[in-house]
Design a protein. Structure first.
Length: 179
């Protein structure tokens, strides 16, 4: 069975206990995705978050693991062979201190729009995760989703941080078709 991504956009605002989040998804063009679709990580990775700002955590690796897990849950399979990949994927992760909403809008053409007021800036900072799907044959962007949530800057149990990330990524990729 073949899924068809069509041009559209959706915005979803979700309020979860102690984790306000905002999401936006944009489908830029049509792409046929075969059943048992494979993906490869794109060369488009960009790390914007300041290293060490979130205490004792490799956020990049936690985000990548969570994305891989959710893609696997949806039926996508990773391949190391670029010529056999149905999709190229990448993500950009950033805290507001290194990539603000204006720059996100300018570079990526969308902003989820999480508004945060009266937040303890020593404990929390707005974080943004942008997930891209590229057509491997053309290199063109075909699907993008972005989400924002408050990142806890202080040390919390790794299992709690991973659980927060997993919930966030699951919601972020909710509109990506299952295979």
């Amino acid at each position: 069975m073949v899924m068809l991504l069509v041009s559209c956009s959706a915005t979803q605002l979700v309020q979860q206990e102690s984790m306000p989040v905002a999401f936006i998804t944009v489908h830029h063009s049509k792409l046929l995705i075969p059943e048992n679709a494979t993906y490869q990580w794109s060369d488009g990775f960009m790390r914007h978050s300041q290293k060490g700002l979130i205490s004792n955590v490799d956020m990049w690796e936690l985000l990548k693991q969570s994305i891989e897990q959710e893609l696997n849950n949806k039926g996508y399979r990773h391949t190391a062979e670029a010529e056999h990949a149905d999709l190229n994927i990448s993500f950009i992760a950033a805290l507001a201190s290194t990539l603000g909403d204006k720059e996100i809008a300018s570079r990526y053409g969308l902003v989820p729009g999480l508004m945060v007021h009266s937040v303890d800036k020593n404990r929390y900072e707005k974080g943004t995760l942008i997930f891209d799907v590229l057509n491997p044959e053309t290199g063109q962007l075909v699907w993008r989703t972005a989400g924002q949530a408050l990142a806890v800057l202080e040390e919390i149990p790794l299992a709690d941080r991973k659980a927060r990330i997993d919930v966030f990524v699951k919601k972020l990729l909710a509109f990506l078709p299952e295979k």
